[in-house]
Design a protein around this ligand. Structure first.
Ligand SMILES: [Zn+2]
Ligand SMILES: [Zn+2]
Length: 161
C-alpha cells in the first residue's frame, strides 16, 4: 500500500492508503488529460474548417460589398447595380482565366472599312446581333465605334456581316 495525501472538504490533508496502481494512474493522468486536450483540439479544428469557410465567405462578401460601395462613390465610374458589379467581378476573376483564348479572338479589334472597332464595357442591354436573329441576349459589352451592345461571341460575327 502507498500513502497519499488527500485534501478533504474542509481543506485539511488526510493520509490515505491506496494500492500503488493509484499512484501510477495519477502519474499518467496528465497524459490522459493531454490526449483529451489534443482530441478536443482536433474536434475544434474540424468545426473550424466550416468556420474558416464561413469566415472566408463572410470576408469575401464584405470585400465585394465594400468594393461595390466604393466604386459607386467614385464619380469617375458610371453607376451600376450590385448585380452588374458582381457579374463584372466574376468575369474578371474567373472569366479571364477560363475564356482568355476564346475572348482574344472574339473580342479582338475588328477593322471594318479601315476603321478600328474595339470592344468596350457598356450598360447592360440587348445584343443587337442576337436581336437581328430573333434571340434575346443581354450583354455588358459593345462596340465603341458602332455604339451598339454586343455579346462577347457576337463582336466578331457582327462586324463580319
Ligand atoms: Zn449576341
Ligand atoms: Zn463596330
Amino acid at each position: 500500500m502507498t500513502q497519499f495525501k488527500e485534501k478533504k472538504k474542509d481543506g485539511t490533508l488526510e493520509n490515505i492508503s491506496a494500492p500503488p496502481c493509484v499512484g501510477e494512474y495519477n502519474k499518467y493522468m496528465g497524459g490522459v488529460d493531454y490526449a483529451d486536450q489534443k482530441r478536443n483540439d482536433y474536434r475544434i479544428s474540424v468545426k473550424s474548417c466550416r468556420w474558416h469557410r464561413y469566415l472566408a465567405f463572410f470576408l469575401f462578401e464584405t470585400a465585394v460589398v465594400s468594393a461595390f460601395i466604393l466604386r459607386n462613390l467614385n464619380s469617375n465610374h458610371r453607376k451600376i447595380t450590385q448585380k452588374q458589379f458582381r457579374l463584372e467581378l466574376i468575369e474578371k476573376l474567373i472569366g479571364a482565366h477560363c475564356t482568355r483564348k476564346r475572348r482574344r479572338s472574339q473580342l479582338a479589334i475588328q477593322v471594318v472599312n479601315g476603321k478600328s472597332h474595339f470592344p468596350v464595357k457598356v450598360e447592360i442591354n440587348r445584343c443587337v446581333h442576337c436581336a437581328s436573329k430573333g434571340q434575346r441576349k443581354r450583354s455588358t459589352w459593345g462596340c465603341a465605334v458602332c455604339n451598339v451592345t454586343l455579346c462577347v461571341g457576337c463582336f466578331d460575327p457582327f462586324h463580319r456581316s
